[in-house]
Design a protein around this ligand. Structure first.
Ligand SMILES: CC#C[C@H]1NC(N)=Nc2cc3[nH]c(NC)nc3cc21
Ligand SMILES: [Zn+2]
Length: 369
């Protein structure tokens, strides 16, 4: 039950694999894309629409919910599933990344991170113990250890000390985690240093977690560097445990990461670009707002099975976006989420039929970032 992972099929010539993730809210297929619902909602879409498009696990952020409305309040409401009426899987991030990327940082000590709330400027403090207690209150199926995020770029010495602290904090997260039926994943750090990545992975594996996140990639480094880090790190993680590449990403990154053996992804990209009128297609991005589509009565993608493509034209969606109609954002968001969910389903099918490498070749040949 603890996010037990059973590997169904391993693709011969790469690390790609298709598996199933067991959680208290169901058994879910991997590779999987998790729509981001930072503040207990996936922006502009309802839980019913998420179900309809095939979403299995969604992500929420402890940092945001801790600051507002408060994780105790969510616990009193019956937990995050009840609060947002979502009966699928939920993964919560620990706040480690957001503390470093959102709140004006005050001070990091061995104890934890002091910061100012980006909402009201109040002084706040997160530690492994506080972040784990907050996540137990939220009641997600999978929760993340509280880590210290290495900025990019970072000096070797700084990256080394920070990675070692993340491992100590992972152990403290483990000790603070007392909720059964809920899986705690560790987060592999190490910046862009292969040796630190290997040390981080080995140290966390010896602490024995039910799954492993990989953090600090896709932060602006050249893609070959990201793939090099994956090649060095993923093989050190147990084959029978899920690997989650945090915050990634675009379809080309997904297909490469799956090739190296990544099972789970989350990314704000599809929902974020949808809100400025950009649709994702297998040939790259389509800016529906462009004048070129004013009289284009075809759907965004004729082969797409989503609600937007089945019922509406580019001209109509462009009209809504130009008129600042909320329904326009809803349609581009529905399409982008469906596109990524369907893409991971296609990758899984290709792995099961042992044709993943040709699937990857064909996709990359057609897709331009
Ligand atoms: C360094 C580090 C780290 C990771 N630590 C935690 N707790 N969450 C993350 C969320 C992310 N989103 C993105 N987007 C590119 N990268 C992420 C990295 C992390
Ligand atoms: Zn569509």
């Amino acid at each position: 039950v603890l996010a037990a992972y059973e590997e169904a099929v391993k693709c011969g010539y790469s690390g790609a694999r298709a598996g199933r993730l067991h959680t208290p809210h169901g058994v879910f297929d991997t590779p999987m894309f998790m729509p981001v619902g930072t503040q207990a909602t996936v922006k502009a879409v309802s839980p019913r629409e998420l179900k309809e498009m095939g979403a299995q696990i969604i992500l929420s952020n402890t940092y945001h919910l801790y600051l507002r409305p408060g994780t105790e309040l969510v616990a009193e409401a019956g937990g995050l599933h009840r609060f947002m009426d979502w009966d699928g899987g939920i993964l919560t991030d620990s706040g480690g990344f957001q503390v470093f990327s959102l709140g004006p940082l005050r001070k990091i000590t061995e104890e934890g991170a002091a910061f100012r709330s980006h909402i009201d400027g109040s002084t706040q403090f997160l530690s492994p113990e506080i972040a784990i207690k907050a996540q137990m209150n939220l009641g997600a199926d999978i929760i993340m250890a509280f880590d210290e995020c290495i900025p990019y770029p970072a000096e070797y010495q700084y990256a080394k000390l920070s990675t070692e602290r993340t491992t100590r904090w992972a152990e403290r997260s483990q000790k603070a985690h007392t909720r059964s039926g809920q899986a705690l994943f560790a987060i592999v750090q190490g910046g862009m240093y292969q040796d630190l990545r290997r040390v981080s992975a080995n140290d966390l594996v010896s602490l024995d977690f039910p799954g492993y996140g990989i953090g600090g990639l896709s932060v602006g480094e050249p893609k070959p560097v990201m793939y090099e880090m994956l090649e060095q790190t993923v093989p050190l993680l147990p084959e029978n445990k899920p690997r989650y590449l945090m915050g990634v990403g675009t379809p080309d990154c997904l297909v490469e990461a799956v090739r190296y053996g990544i099972d789970m992804f989350d990314c704000v990209f599809p929902t974020r670009v949808a809100r400025n009128g950009t649709a994702m297609t297998k040939s790259g991005r389509l800016v529906v707002k462009n004048a070129a589509y004013a009289k284009d009565f075809l759907p965004i993608d004729e082969n797409c099975g989503c609600y937007a493509c089945q019922n509406f034209s580019r001209a109509y969606i462009r009209h809504l976006l130009k008129a600042d109609e909320i329904f326009g954002l809803r349609l581009t968001t529905i399409h982008n989420l469906y596109f990524l969910l369907d893409f991971t389903k296609k990758m899984r099918q290709a792995i099961l039929e042992d044709r993943f490498l040709s699937f990857r070749e064909e996709f990359l040949a057609q897709y331009c970032k």
